[in-house]
Design a protein around this ligand. Sequence first.
Ligand code: ADP
Length: 652
Amino acid sequence: MPRIRLVGVAKSYPGPSPVHALRGIDLTIEQGELIAIEGPSGAGKSTLLNMLALLDLPTSGKILVGLDDPSAMRPRALAKLRSCTFGFIFQGFHLLDAHTVIENVTLAFRYRALPRARQLELAAAALEQVGLADRAEELARNLSGGQRQRVAIARAIAGGAPVLVADEPTGNLDSENSAAIIDLLTSIARTGRTVVIVTHSADVAAATDRRIVVRDGRIASDARVAGAPALAAEDEPTEVLSLASDGGEPSAHAAAARQEGHDSRLSLPDLLRDAWGTLASRPGKYAALVLVIALGVGLAVTTFGLTEAARAQVAQTFDATRNIQVDAALGDPRTSISEYAARSEQLAGVDLAGAVHITRSPAISAESGEAPAGTPLAAVTPDYLESVGATVRWQGQKREIADGEVLVGGSLAAELGLPPLFSGPRVRVNGTEAQVVGIIEESALAPELLRSVVGGASFPVADSPLLPPPVTAVPPEMAVHVRAVPGAAQQIAQQLPLALQPEDPSSVHVQAPPDPQTQRGSIEATVRASLLALSAVSILVAVISLMNSMSVSVLERSRELGLRRALGAQRSHLRRLVMVEAMLLGAAGGVCGLFLGLLAVLSVSISRGWVPIFDPVLAPIAVAAGIVVAALAGAVAAWRASRIQPVEALRL
Ligand code: ADP
């Protein structure tokens, strides 16, 4: 049973004008004393309590706990001595509200290597002693103020600490509950424990055996109360005398508990239980943090999901437009365009095939004007215009070009100043009149048609007299245009020369679309890169906002974390606690983010008419991403938590 001695203890708080909170305190506290420390506000009472309970070290002077000198100890050994020797009781109770009563009491053993069953057994015994055995499974938040303080006292005595220090233990209680707490503390003192109470209350002080009054950092008076149980010679209250335990059941428990496990270790289940308890204690606040992670992860999942869907979409669009067109120029035509179109159509994978024979005409005119020399003149097979995707505005119900009829390209019509179709405009080609039955309005794949006069397959383009150079530099040419079914273009391009010109395939010049893989690849890479950048930004935002919230939350919990330190937690224990809390939040955020992301991908895909694509590997990645994001953000908060000192527990 330790005697506590303070010899010339002084404590100053540095600053622009340093505060000398304690100035040379000499004090001896014997085991079993029931002591009140009184004095006006700012006198140094709490500072004195911090010193004698080893929550803080003095600026000068010496403290001895039994034979131990804390100033010479390493932090780990100091934490062990503190948690073995002292139990703490605070004005604000410092309970974990979302935990059960018994769970709060077992916090006393949290940082000792004690089996769970033993923790529960000792906690139950302590609850019995404070008269709350029947409330063990109640949530702490459901208890009255007086009951909460009794739970805190049970926690303080459960670990078998021989010295209880209490800072204004009745400060938050009404007189009836105060009286009950004073009785309880008195009865605990009578079992051989030392009880030191800092108080403003005359009633509390009157119930103690020794009243120490502190003023301006000095002991102003130190008197034993008349009628108090004998401890030492009446006139020498600070003399040493060991008060034997009365040998009752609680003391026997206390002695046993004190002997057990002071290794300052934290088991994984205890760590998880504590972390979960923290999160459950403020569901609204932590749900908001989960939401922050969920939004970051959700955006990333959306991005990846949409990248996949968009890539598929790009590929599809790509196939649908450019990747199905095959052109073949016939260098040395041997037959008619109708025959060439028919030969092309026989190939597998051909959706539509048309052929064109195009020359330059020296003389095209209409009533209203004349076309420039060299204007293209084309004969086309019936499917040609559709195969090149040309849009024609036909006159009336007409849909094909009969003999003696032509179409005129939109640009040429404007150049000629052709009157509207219903007025039956005519053009004169090489001296022969033809009826204009339609205007070619668009022709993306064969833009020269917009400047041309286009006739049917039998249109006598070859009859055009040759023009002098340079117009004839473009020779009359025949070409085939094939629209393939998606994926067949490459194969058709290979077979087309032989099909068109079996006797001289090399005279056919095929223009197939570029290799689809490379083109697609480069488009997809661009899409992916920009979406990845978006995800990175969203994750960064989540990390930063989470980092901020978690750090603030650690500061808000400094008393609780300080209490854990006072109960024997190492810095690393607090770091681990905050990290595990963060990672639990991260896992929850990851799962929520996954669902948010899936929902977003689904709704965007459906609204755009895309096929929603979801890679199952995203599921574990999303959860892992949530955990990593939270761990990154939590690292700063964990570091801050590890800096919290035990003395924080006493700050109000
Ligand atoms: P009491 O408990 O009697 O009200 P305290 O021990 O809390 O007094 O404080 C004694 C003096 O030390 C006061 O002037 C207080 O402002 C000062 N003090 C206490 N703690 C700190 C601190 N951490 N930093 C600076 N000054 C402090």
